[in-house]
Design a protein around this ligand. Structure first.
Ligand code: SAM
Length: 404
């Protein structure tokens, strides 16, 4: 039986004395961290009720994030419990068990008595199964082959909430980059959008996210990378980081001229469709056979050399802009930031099959939709601007393969 004298006491120590635990496996998302900082500022008593737990070397066993949040909140000293009587293996066990989260709570009881949204606001990660799904207006995708119902004007997150899960084969899109252009003053909410894209993408479906960073105060923002990692957090595979090599306007300042954008290819599981675009081989191998890996006996296996003169394209795509290369129609130029028709078309051909449904949640002038239509795919476009939706509608309606 535990004696009262064995129960560690709470003592108050300067923050600078406490050391973060480098082997703590738990991280929390940015938005949750901000909420935790806010909770600590508005309800500091919480730290006394649930103190940080440290070992006798003042290394944290429970409360890594709380310490970081205290630092961010400008707090100078905190109550801690010094668990000096734990063995090394008990300490390891404590770190995991204190961080499990799931299973510490009887979620069923909890969400009966508490509002799940409020719990999330306090930084609790409520498992999805216990959050009441929002009412979703049903969108019947069968109507989407007929204009004009295939282009929806609205905020993409709200519109996507009306879609059935697992309904989209491929998304090819390009968001506003770091709000470089304000597009009539519209902005978008990245994280909810990434989560919705994961939900609506079919297993085996793909999202192509064409993006670049702004340079602010002499430094690139790195937003593209942060977004790519967040897509992974949502459950997507980062299937390929592709490069779109393009010519751009020469930049001033002490850096080389920028000539590319990222085309992140995310997949929900392994991609179901892959129809590689072929290119000529630089040279053909004249040998009939070549040496493969050596077996355990040291004898190499012999492989037959393919006599094909083509090979799948590399993942750096040269697609020019300007000089009439971007679009085959005049209407597209009414939008300030279109991407080339070839870019959309080559991704559509690569990652989808005829009859598949292709989405662009930032459809702008409708480039993705036009190329989907011309290649026998169904298409859904969303844009927040009525003006751009009107351009998309017109452009897609007039799209024809004649003369291509
Ligand atoms: C980079 S442009 C896309 C251009 C498009 N790829 C094309 O070739 O025409 C981004 C578009 O996103 C739209 N947009 C911005 N915020 C949005 C939101 N929250 N929901 C839907 N569309 C949004 C803008 O109106 C703009 O047309």
């Amino acid at each position: 039986m535990t004696k009262t004298s064995d129960i560690p006491k709470t003592v108050t120590v300067p923050l600078s004395k406490i050391k973060l635990n480098p082997s703590n496996p738990r991280t929390i998302r940015d938005d949750r961290f901000k909420k935790l900082v806010e909770s600590i500022k508005t309800f500091p008593e919480m730290l006394r009720i649930r103190p940080i737990v440290v070992n006798e070397d003042m290394v944290i066993l429970g409360g890594n994030m709380r310490l970081k949040a205290c630092q961010a909140a400008g707090i100078k000293e905190v109550p801690v419990i010094i668990a000096s009587n734990l063995s090394a293996s008990q300490q390891r066990e404590f770190v995991i068990k204190d961080n499990v989260g799931f299973g510490d709570w009887d979620w069923e009881l909890l969400v009966k008595d508490w509002d799940a949204v409020e719990l999330e606001d306090w930084g609790l990660e409520v498992p999805e199964a216990f959050v009441e799904p929002p009412e979703r207006p049903k969108v019947d995708l069968t109507g989407f082959t007929d204009l004009p119902s295939n282009i929806i004007c609205g905020n993409n997150v709200d519109v996507l909430k009306g879609f059935e899960a697992d309904s989209i084969d491929l998304t090819v899109t390009s968001p506003p980059y770091d709000n470089l252009r304000q597009y009539n003053g519209y902005e978008f909410d990245f994280e909810p959008l990434a989560r919705e894209l994961y939900r609506v993408t079919k297993p085996g479906g793909v999202v192509v996210w064409v993006v670049n960073d702004a340079t602010i105060d002499g430094s690139e923002t790195g937003t593209s990378f942060k977004q790519a990692l967040y897509f992974k957090e949502c459950g997507f595979n980062l299937h390929d980081t592709m490069i779109w090599r393009r010519c751009t306007i020469p930049q001033s300042g002490p850096r080389y001229e920028s000539c590319f954008e990222f085309m992140f290819v995310f997949s929900k599981g392994a991609p179901l469709a892959f129809n590689p675009i072929m290119t000529d081989k630089l040279y053909t191998d004249n040998r009939k056979e070549k040496q493969g890996h050596r077996g355990s006996d040291g004898v190499p296996t012999m492989l037959t050399v393919s006599q094909r003169t083509d090979k799948p394209r590399y993942n750096i795509w040269d697609i020019p802009v300007g000089g009439g290369h971007v679009a085959t129609d005049e209407l597209a130029s009414e939008h300030p930031a279109i991407f080339p028709e070839h870019l959309a078309e080559d991704h559509i051909l690569s990652w989808s099959n005829e009859g598949d449904t292709v989405l662009d949640p930032f459809c702008g002038s409708g480039t993705t939709l036009k190329m989907a239509k011309l290649n026998g795919r169904r298409y859904i476009g969303i844009d927040i601007s009525e003006e751009y939706c009107a351009i998309s509608n017109k452009r897609v309606a007039e799209a024809s393969n004649a003369g291509r």
